[in-house]
Design a protein around this ligand. Structure first.
Ligand code: ZN
Length: 248
C-alpha cells in the first residue's frame, strides 16, 4: 500500500436521521465522525463516506473498485441492503478488499454471508444508559492493538454477550468483560479468500463511543491490518498447472 489506503466508511445513516438522541451525538452522522478521524491518520490516502440513502446504496462498482478497506456500521436497516449489493461486497472481500465491521454490523448481510453462520448474540442496554465494559487485549503482539494499553475501559456500553455465533476467529484480539457478568469476543479477525475481515464490538448509537480516541485507534489499526496485501503477479487458480520441475 505504497500510495496509502483508500477507505470507504459505509454508514447506514438511519438512526442519525430518525432519533433525536443519536442526531445530537452525531449531527453529521456516525460515518463522518469516524471518517474525520481516519482522514488525519498516516498512511490513509482517502476516506469516502457512503450511506444507505446514496445512489446504489453507496456501493456502486466505481466505489467498491476504488476501496482498499471498507468499514461498515448498520443496525435497523440491514434488510434494506440488497442481496446483490451484499454479494458484491462479499466478492470484493474475496478479491482482497478489507472489511472492518463495527458493533451492530454483526447482523449486516455482507458479514453474515462472509461468516456463514447466524452471527446472533445476546444484548442488553441496561436502563437505557448501559454498563461498564472492559475490553481486554488477549493478543498483545497483534498489529491491531499497537499503541494501546492492556485494556480499554468504557464507563457505559451496551452489553453484547456470548454465545456469539461466529466461526472461530483466525485471530482473537479482544475479549470484553461486562459489569453484569457476561463476556464477549469483541475483536475478531478472519481471512476470507484474499481479503481480511475484522469485527470490533463497541459503537452503540446512543453512546458517543466514536469520540473515544482508543476506540478510534483500534478502528484505524484494524483498517491498516485489513488493507490488501498481494503477492507479485497475483494468485492463479482454476487452471491446469504445468509442473515446475522436470517430471518423468
Ligand atoms: Zn447497539
Amino acid at each position: 500500500m505504497d500510495k496509502g489506503i483508500r477507505v470507504t466508511v459505509w454508514n447506514e445513516g438511519v438512526h442519525e436521521r430518525q432519533h433525536e438522541a443519536v442526531k445530537k451525538i452525531y449531527p453529521k452522522g456516525m460515518g463522518r465522525q469516524i471518517a474525520q478521524y481516519l482522514k488525519k491518520q498516516p498512511g490513509i490516502a482517502s476516506v469516502h463516506v457512503s450511506e444507505l440513502s446514496d445512489p446504489d446504496q453507496g456501493l456502486a462498482d466505481k466505489i467498491l473498485k476504488n476501496t482498499d478497506v471498507m468499514t461498515w456500521w448498520g443496525h435497523m436497516a440491514h434488510h434494506e441492503v440488497t442481496d446483490e449489493n451484499a454479494a458484491r461486497v462479499q466478492q470484493r472481500v474475496l478479491e482482497g478488499m478489507g472489511l472492518v465491521v463495527l458493533h451492530s454490523g454483526h447482523l449486516s448481510k455482507p458479514f453474515v454471508r462472509l461468516m456463514g453462520t447466524t452471527c446472533m448474540l445476546k444484548w442488553r442496554e441496561w436502563k437505557g444508559i448501559g454498563e461498564k465494559e472492559r475490553l481486554w487485549v488477549v493478543d498483545p503482539a497483534h498489529p491491531i492493538v499497537d499503541g494501546l494499553p492492556e485494556y480499554i475501559e468504557l464507563e457505559r456500553a451496551e452489553m453484547y454477550g456470548e454465545h456469539f455465533d461466529i466461526p472461530p476467529p483466525d485471530q482473537l484480539v479482544f475479549i470484553s468483560w461486562f459489569q453484569g457478568g457476561e463476556v464477549f469476543r469483541s475483536g475478531c479477525c478472519w481471512h476470507r479468500g484474499l481479503g481480511k475481515v475484522f469485527y470490533f464490538r463497541p459503537g452503540h448509537e446512543t453512546i458517543p463511543i466514536y469520540y473515544n480516541e482508543q476506540i478510534l485507534k483500534v478502528i484505524y489499526n484494524g483498517v491498516k491490518w485489513a488493507a490488501p496485501t498481494a503477492v507479485k503477479g497475483g494468485i492463479k487458480r482454476d487452471h491446469f498447472d504445468p509442473p515446475l520441475e522436470k517430471m518423468e
